[in-house]
Design a protein around this ligand. Structure first.
Ligand SMILES: Nc1ncnc2c1ncn2[C@@H]1O[C@H](COP(=O)(O)OP(=O)(O)OP(=O)(O)O)[C@@H](O)[C@H]1O
Ligand SMILES: [Mg+2]
Length: 325
């Protein structure tokens, strides 16, 4: 068990001492009221960030002492049963916290699905509505061109050229916002499509190595796409990176994805703990991954740039490790 700051080795914390006292009291005849204390001790253990394993070890230690100094004449069977009841009561707040966590993850997943629907709607309206408006502007411009003298035609052509550029960019953005490739071919081809656009716009070399074949459930593919999208945005916006390497592979039923840049790096711990932070990207990445059962690890230093490591346990998915590139 971890030793708390300021606590001498072998010395018991308040919680440990109270746990031992309450368990002893209950096992030697204490009634319902003592069982209520077990529940409160469980709540306190959570508040003091004691892990379940630490609690098990504390229980085990106390039970051993109870047997060793057995001042009570009750049978060992009684001691075991009473300590079992006491322990169950003590861990029940952990179970409630676990259920609360599962509910929160479910809510998060629903929120992401709603968000995804909204992104789809925006992507389609940028594509269709803005596209239609631009067609109308093209027509109006062509009409205007007919009425203008020959000398002004080159200006009209210039505006048309700019409009075509705007159109191209809008199309590209709307496709990246919600690539149909993501639904049709999966997250790896969608990331390749995204990387191509980002590369062109920002002069960033993006290398992709994906040793994965098969498809994942669409919520998972969408979450992975969004996480890589934010990582690339950060690499362009903050890192001043020249290159980014995206790798994905499966090992021991766990999907791994690493996004590494050779940029300036940052103090990841300070940024993530910071209270005055304004950015949402890293928080959103973590939440998206947590909603699908994944985790995110960030390693960053001034010399080596930044690496984001995603781990996602995948049991029962139709996804395989392969050398497909
Ligand atoms: N790849 C990176 N290289 C260097 N710094 C980074 C990188 N990724 C994140 N950061 C730093 O971490 C901070 C937080 O990133 P985060 O994505 O959460 O927010 P943001 O990009 O500032 O804003 P938002 O994502 O909401 O538009 C950034 O402001 C930046 O200082
Ligand atoms: Mg960001």
């Amino acid at each position: 068990m971890k030793t708390e700051v300021g606590q001498k080795k072998g010395q018991r914390t308040d919680l440990e001492a109270e746990y031992a006292a309450a368990l002893r009291e209950y096992a030697t005849g204490g009634g319902e009221a003592v069982l209520g204390r077990a529940y409160e001790l469980g709540r306190r253990a959570i508040a003091e960030r004691k892990s379940l394993l630490e609690l098990v070890s504390l229980h085990h230690k106390t039970l051993k002492e109870l047997f060793q100094n057995s001042v009570d004449r009750r049978s060992p069977g009684h001691l075991v049963q009473a300590s079992c009841d006491f322990f169950s009561e003590c861990v029940s707040p952990y179970e409630m916290a676990q259920r609360g966590f599962q509910d929160a993850v479910k809510a998060l997943r629903q929120l992401n699905e709603t968000l995804e629907e909204e992104i789809k709607r925006i992507a389609y309206s940028v594509h269709d509505e803005a596209g239609q408006l631009l067609v109308a502007v093209h027509l109006a411009l062509a009409n205007l061109g007919q009425e203008l003298p020959q000398g002004k035609q080159s200006q009209i052509a210039e505006i048309e050229g700019l409009l075509t550029e705007v159109e191209k960019h809008l199309r590209r953005y709307s496709h990246e916002l919600r690539p149909t490739i993501l639904d049709d071919l999966g997250w790896i081809p969608a990331i390749r499509f995204l990387a191509e656009g980002v590369s062109k716009r920002s002069n960033l070399q993006i290398h992709i190595e994906a040793k994965i074949s098969g498809r994942l459930p669409s919520t998972i593919e969408t979450a992975l796409y969004r996480v890589v999208q934010e990582a690339l945005t950060n690499a362009v916006k903050h890192a001043k990176a020249k290159s980014v390497w995206i790798r994905a592979w499966i090992k021991d039923q766990v999907l791994h994805c690493s996004i590494r840049d050779d940029g300036t790096g940052f103090d990841a711990q300070a940024v993530q703990a910071g209270t005055g932070r304004k950015g949402l990207g890293l928080i959103a990445m973590r939440e998206r991954l947590s909603a699908i059962g994944g985790t995110l690890w960030i390693e960053s230093s001034q010399k080596r740039g930044t690496e984001l490591l995603i781990r996602l346990p995948r049991e029962g998915d139709n996804v395989n490790s392969s050398s497909a590139r």
